[in-house]
Design a protein around this ligand. Sequence first.
Ligand SMILES: [Cu+2]
Length: 163
Amino acid sequence: MRFVLGALFASMLVSASFASGTKVYDSEIPGVALAGTIFISGAWTRQSPPGVTVGSAYFRIKNNGDVAERLLGGEVDFADRVEVHKMEMKDGVMSMFELEDGLTIQPGETISFEPGGYHLMIMGLEEQPMAGDIVPMTLDFSEAGLVDLLLPVAPIGAKEFSQ
Ligand SMILES: [Cu+2]
């Protein structure tokens, strides 16, 4: 299985269906998704160093609705599971832990997932996304439900994704 979908995106396929349900917009543009009142942008992941069996994913989430949303986790077809994690300084030591109940995004709030802070942890990599690939991920929200997203893959050690 390969992840390269580049040719597909040369045509920047976008389909919009404003008439039905909560999902008003399907984007096949990597890094962006709009579902219900949740807007995700700037999403990316990165290649893991050789021998490393975990990865991480980053993005900004904006809640345009008037009820709180919660990001519960996610799923990918190339690893065991996806968890919501936070990294922070504790007693002078950088530590990381899972947010087992997910992360709440209040109405009007934007939360950035970025290296050194909130991130999605991709656990048990069965296949290694490579820099330049585009890989699919499904996010699970309390209100918006399942949201499909495409993640461009940055090189090993990247601190941000630049187009
Ligand atoms: Cu983590």
